[in-house]
Design a protein around this ligand. Structure first.
Ligand code: MG
Length: 386
């Protein structure tokens, strides 16, 4: 009787069954399976291959649709020129938008009147609110006059910076010790590093609700740096509890390629999610924590958890600031102020429209609002009691 070796015998068996043999070893069989099956119970037919191809094609199309949606969203949240975006409403719609979100400067008297008997607490985003959006995010320095205005605001009102940036990095930009800093979209909160006159609440607060994600964020940061190196202009920033992929300097033609690279990394991390800001893709933990929750936490830390004697004012320009605007709207307390060149859907009550593309003039309206607030406070302190 002809002796057949183990290897040959396996080949003969599998050939008879029309099975795709991927790897056969003398001491066992490894991966002797059709790609979509765990057991060799029936032949892997041409129909099975057809189904497999259709499944692959469907998955590819689904991924492509997702990338297209991402790129549309990147365009919508990152208007580059005033007339470049399809989302820009026509003039009458713009007028209607202004009616619903009037300028915080023209409504200044009404805003301060609403604070009668209440403590104003200021919340400010950083990029695009206190500093201009610049090509290199590491160079987003705050103008000297803005720092002076912010310092005066912080001397007169409890004040917090709420940003997607790493807390240490934004502190190095702002360099003012008497403020609260909420970095990484509020996932890294720290109280003033020097004594502050608002001693009602817990000043030494340090709160990091996503600390368990630190190793994962470091890993994802490395992976994104490696993956996006082939996209000219892409810059990945480690913000401690979240990662930013800036596309300010990426040619619009490469946005889809960049989105695909980010998607391929993110697919490996189901506990992380993607959000978008102005010319930035942001990867964050899926925990229910955002700038809105940070605002609530800070009000509590300041001793105003359920108080009616407080008027929070939040100024921001980003999609992520909408979470804070929504909290204020839902509480029916305080005001959100959106900084924007163009009308867009928002939960903010008021707007501050950047008057110019010119870098030196950008954000002049924010500075003007802060200045008027400080002047009003000084005047109201001087005024004799009724
Ligand atoms: Mg911003």
């Amino acid at each position: 009787m002809q002796r057949i070796g183990k290897k040959k015998k396996l080949r003969r068996m599998t050939n008879q069954q029309n099975v795709v043999v991927l790897d056969v070893k003398l001491h066992g069989v490894r991966n002797v399976l059709p790609p979509s099956s765990l057991t060799v119970t029936k032949p892997f037919s041409a129909q099975d291959f057809k189904m497999l191809l259709m499944k692959k094609r469907f998955e590819t199309e689904k991924a492509g649709a997702k990338i297209n949606a991402w790129v549309d969203s990147m365009r919508a949240s990152s208007p580059t020129r005033i007339k470049s975006t399809a989302s820009l409403p026509e003039n009458d719609e713009k007028t209607s938008w202004i009616v619903h979100h009037p300028s915080a400067l023209s409504m200044f008297e009404q805003i301060v009147a609403a604070s009668n008997g209440k403590q104003i607490v200021m919340f400010l985003d950083y990029d695009g609110t206190l500093s201009p959006i610049v090509e290199d995010p590491d160079q987003a320095f705050m103008p000297r006059e803005m720092r002076a205005a912010l310092r005066d605001v912080a001397r007169n009102f409890p004040t917090a910076i709420v940003t997607g940036r790493c807390r240490d990095k934004v502190y190095n930009f702002v360099k003012l010790a008497g403020l609260y800093y909420a970095g990484s979209h509020g996932m890294d909160i720290k109280g003033p590093s020097k004594s502050c006159k608002y001693k009602k609440g817990n000043q030494g607060v340090l709160f990091q609700p996503a600390s368990e994600f630190l190793p994962m964020i470091d890993e994802v940061y490395q992976a994104l740096v490696e993956k996006t190196i082939s996209i000219p202009g892409a810059k990945v920033e480690n913000n401690k509890f979240c990662v930013s992929v800036h596309f300010r300097c990426v040619d619009e033609k490469s946005w889809a390629a960049l989105a695909e690279k980010v998607r391929s990394v993110l697919n490996e991390y189901p506990k992380l999610k993607l959000t978008q800001g102005r010319k930035v893709l942001e990867i964050r933990p899926t925990i229910k924590w955002d700038k809105g929750r940070a605002l609530e936490f800070l009000l509590e830390a300041l001793g105003y958890a359920n108080s009616k004697d407080v008027l929070p004012v939040y100024i921001g320009d980003d999609q992520s600031d909408e979470d804070a605007f929504k909290v204020l709207r839902d509480r029916g307390q305080g005001f959100g102020i959106l900084v924007s060149k163009v009308p867009k859907e928002t939960n903010a009550s008021y707007s501050l429209q950047e008057p110019s593309e010119e870098r030196s003039l950008i954000l002049a309206c924010v500075k003007e609002f802060l200045r008027r607030l400080v002047d009003w406070k000084k005047l109201s302190q001087r005024a004799p009691a009724p």
